[in-house]
Design a protein around this ligand. Structure first.
Ligand SMILES: NC(=O)c1ccc[n+]([C@@H]2O[C@H](COP(=O)([O-])OP(=O)(O)OC[C@H]3O[C@@H](n4cnc5c(N)ncnc54)[C@H](OP(=O)(O)O)[C@@H]3O)[C@@H](O)[C@H]2O)c1
Length: 321
């Protein structure tokens, strides 16, 4: 495993996302939560993955509990990142939520505590003052944000009066918006971009098609509409081509493409230990500049249907939206 150091933290470049744990929307079922999920976490530690990402909202606390159960006495090996949903971004509320997350995680200190998304209804000061207090009191070590714009990230730092280690954002070959502002700034300031949904929820594994669609929540996501999966065919073709040259898989290439960018770490979710092992191995996969460029070009050409277009396409193909 490779590691990156930033702001006093040392995290594996490949982490583990755990939204899938105890969250019915993924359709993995109860047996997954009580069996494979635990083995995924333990194998992640064996392979040197220390960054484990969860959130209070995943399965309404179930994901945090499952992570705690899986870690057991191996807690010191992990760099635990969780998130607070800042619906009421005021000190007593945020404090209570952090204490509850720590309790579910079975820790007295959370390594990275992230604001899950910006709350446009309130100015940033109350939230970041509350988060700053958690840090001063030692309940959390590092603070971060998620789904923040650059202006929001900077305003957060100003209110906090200190660095926000990371911004966790959707970043993958099908969503390169973070490259416009967030990534150059993170690289310049020694911050981290934590790429969530780095496999576009599984699209970039190349496993799904119009006739093989995922179950549950993903079946109604625009990216998984047959029309959009068809539009992704040239990009998936490029991933397969590069994967074949390295004797590896499209998913590993999609992760390696992200990791080619300094200050980026990835937190893919996994539905099996085998996937977790494959994702961990992506840390060692180096793409050539030429391969990187080929993927850049194909990803720039990919234009999925969104909004009304996606809705109309779903109706034509009789998919519930
Ligand atoms: N901050 C936020 O707002 C936010 C939002 C979304 C996610 N996240 C975080 O980011 C993590 C990752 O995002 P995500 O889970 O949405 O999407 P993802 O990591 O892009 O995709 C995960 C899914 O891809 C498939 N997969 C994973 N590894 C694979 C492999 N090696 N080969 C083939 N298929 C593979 C699995 O689904 P199947 O096997 O069922 O196809 C898995 O559940 C989450 O767990 C969560 O921690 C944060």
């Amino acid at each position: 495993m490779r590691y990156i150091e930033a702001g006093g933290a040392r995290v594996s470049v490949v982490g583990l996302g755990t939204w899938q744990f105890g969250s019915p929307e993924w359709g993995y079922g109860k047996a997954f939560a009580s069996g494979e999920a635990l083995r995924i976490v333990q194998r992640a530690l064996d392979l040197g993955i220390n960054l484990i990402d969860t959130a209070e909202v995943y399965g309404f606390g179930a994901s945090e509990r499952i992570v705690a159960q899986a870690l057991g006495t191996r807690r010191p090996e992990a760099f635990l990142a969780t998130k607070v949903a800042p619906a009421f971004p005021f000190d007593p509320v945020i404090h209570r939520r952090a204490v509850a997350s720590a309790r579910r995680l079975g820790v007295d200190r959370i390594d990275l505590y992230q604001a899950h998304w910006p709350n446009p209804l309130f100015p940033p000061e109350p939230l970041f003052r509350a988060l700053g207090r958690l840090q001063r009191e030692g309940l959390v070590t590092h603070l971060g944000v998620s789904n923040y714009s650059l202006a929001g990230w900077q305003a957060g730092e100003k209110s906090l009066g200190g660095p926000l280690l990371s911004n966790q954002v959707a970043y993958s070959l099908v969503n390169r918006r973070p490259e416009r502002e967030l990534l150059p700034w993170a690289q310049d300031r020694g911050r981290l971009l934590i790429a969530h949904s780095p496999l576009a929820a599984g699209v970039l594994s190349g496993r799904y098609s119009g006739s093989n669609r995922p179950r549950a929540m993903r079946s109604v996501r625009p990216l998984f509409l047959p029309d959009n999966l068809e539009r992704a065919a040239p990009l998936l073709g490029a991933l397969r081509e590069v994967a074949a040259a390295h004797g590896t898989t499209p998913a590993q290439v999609a992760l390696a493409w992200l990791l080619h960018h300094p200050n980026v770490v990835v937190i893919p979710g996994a539905s099996s230990v085998a996937q977790l092992e494959s994702n961990a191995a992506a840390a060692e996969l180096e793409l050539s500049d030429e391969e990187q460029r080929l993927l850049d070009d194909e990803s720039s050409r990919f234009s999925p249907r969104a909004g009304v277009g996606a809705f109309a396409s779903a109706l034509r193909t009789r998919i519930p939206v």
